[in-house]
Every structure is written in C-alpha cells, then in structure tokens.
Write a protein that binds this ligand. Structure first.
Ligand SMILES: *Cc1c(COP(=O)(O)O)cnc(C)c1O
Length: 227
C-alpha cells in the first residue's frame, strides 16, 4: 500500500468531518497555513493540487510569492495587520481574513490597485472577548460590516475567528456564536458566504458548526519550527 501524503490524509479527514456534519465536501475550502514554511515546502503542496495558502507575516509572504509567482496560487493574509503594512497587503494578496478596524479597511480599499479585482475580506471577530487578542468584539461587528460594504475596492465575504482553544466545548460555543452572527448579518447582506474558522486541533467541530473555510497549518506541515 502506498503511503498517503499529509494532504491526502487531511482530505480524508475533511470528507469524514463533512459527512459527520451532513454537509457536502464542496462547502468547505482548505486553506494551507504556511507561515514559517519554506517556498519549497509550499511548492510540494502546490504540486499536489493545493492552491490556497495563508500567511501571517508580510515580508516572509512576499518572498514566497516571488519564489512561486508562476504557479497561480491564491494568497490569504491571516495575521494581525499594522496599518503601515496595508499597501503591500492590498497589492499582493487576494484575501484578507484579519480586518478588525475601519481604519485598516479604508486603507486597504484606497491602496488596492485598480488593475486588480476587489480584495476579498473577512472581519476578524474576538469571540472570547480577551483583551489581549485582535478582532472586533461581537457587538461591533454589524457596524464595521456596514462600513466595509461601502468601500469600493473591497468585497466583504464574511467572518473569521480564532477561539481560545482551551476546550472543544468552548470552541464549539465560539464557532456557533460566529455562525449566528454571520446569519444575522446575512439578513441585510445576503452575499456574505464565508465562515473562516477551525484550525488543526478543532476543524471537525468547526465544520459541524458551519465553517466554509478551515485554516490548517500543523496538520499539513507538522509542528511549526520556532520563528
Ligand atoms: C497559525 C494559524 C493557523 C494554523 O494553525 P494550526 O494549529 O497550525 O493549524 C490558523 N489560523 C491562523 C490565524 C493562524 O495564525
């Protein structure tokens, strides 16, 4: 029997999780989170058919984009955004999952080159209300969403969260909260279609709670080296 690649193993796990949740596999997109991984490691996955990659650190990401420019990959920025870094993010990425304030959204829209399609964005929500973490608090989501849909060069796609990860039960509650918040927004913004939630340790739970995109690093690449 031939050994499976990590990508094949994850594909089976995603199929199982979707089946368990009674959802079609096509409803859940796999984002390969490639922070700290070399361009060569990404190329291996790209050769196996993976096109969506998520990066947290701008300079590291730009280097890999240059190295892999010919491959037509789709790049997602998922890290905290400093407002002095928005120009490169707006110019080089296809998606941004970590928009959590209007100032950053405005800059991304202003700096998105007119030659490119609108930048696809998600609002990062602080579902646990931890003071230390990025993300807009739940009660601020509707107002920020309303402001972002008016920005010409962004397309608001949905919501993203990184729950505290202290237990499956707490994460399930957080995922459910995020899903409910999206469903409320969809009353007035029916085009929103993305729930970016679930990482290596909890993607099964996230899929049960309605994730449309899971962000997996460790499960695909193994433990992350220290940066
Ligand atoms: C690093 C990271 C991930 C992937 O985490 P794993 O546990 O390695 O799957 C997902 N989302 C964000 C925002 C991250 O920073």
């Amino acid at each position: 029997m031939t050994e499976q690649t990590p990508l094949q193993e994850i594909e089976h796990a995603l199929q199982d999780a979707c089946e368990q949740a009674g959802r079609p596999r096509e409803q859940v997109q796999l984002l390969a989170v490639s922070k700290t991984r070399s361009a060569d490691e990404l190329a291996v996955l790209a050769d196996q058919g993976q096109c969506h990659f998520g990066e947290n650190y701008l300079q590291e990401a730009l280097d890999k984009m240059d190295a892999l420019a010919e491959r037509g990959l789709v790049w997602h920025f998922i890290g905290p955004i400093q407002s002095n870094k928005t120009r490169d993010i707006a110019a080089r990425f296809d998606w941004v999952h970590s928009v959590d304030r209007l100032k950053v959204a405005r800059r991304l829209s202003e700096q998105r080159p007119q030659t490119l399609p609108p930048l696809q964005v998600c609002i990062q929500v602080n579902v646990d209300d931890e003071a230390s973490k990025s993300g807009v608090p739940l009660e601020g989501v509707a107002e920020l969403a309303k402001a972002i849909v008016d920005l010409p060069n962004l397309t608001l796609r949905g919501l993203m969260a990184i729950p505290r990860a202290d237990s499956d039960d707490n994460n399930r509650a957080a995922f459910r909260q995020l899903a409910m918040t999206l469903s409320q927004l969809r009353n007035t913004m029916p085009a929103l279609d993305t729930l970016s939630m679930g990482m290596s340790a909890d993607f099964g739970v996230a899929i049960e709670e309605g994730a449309t995109l899971v962000r997996l690093g460790t499960a695909l690449f193994g433990p992350r080296p220290a940066r």
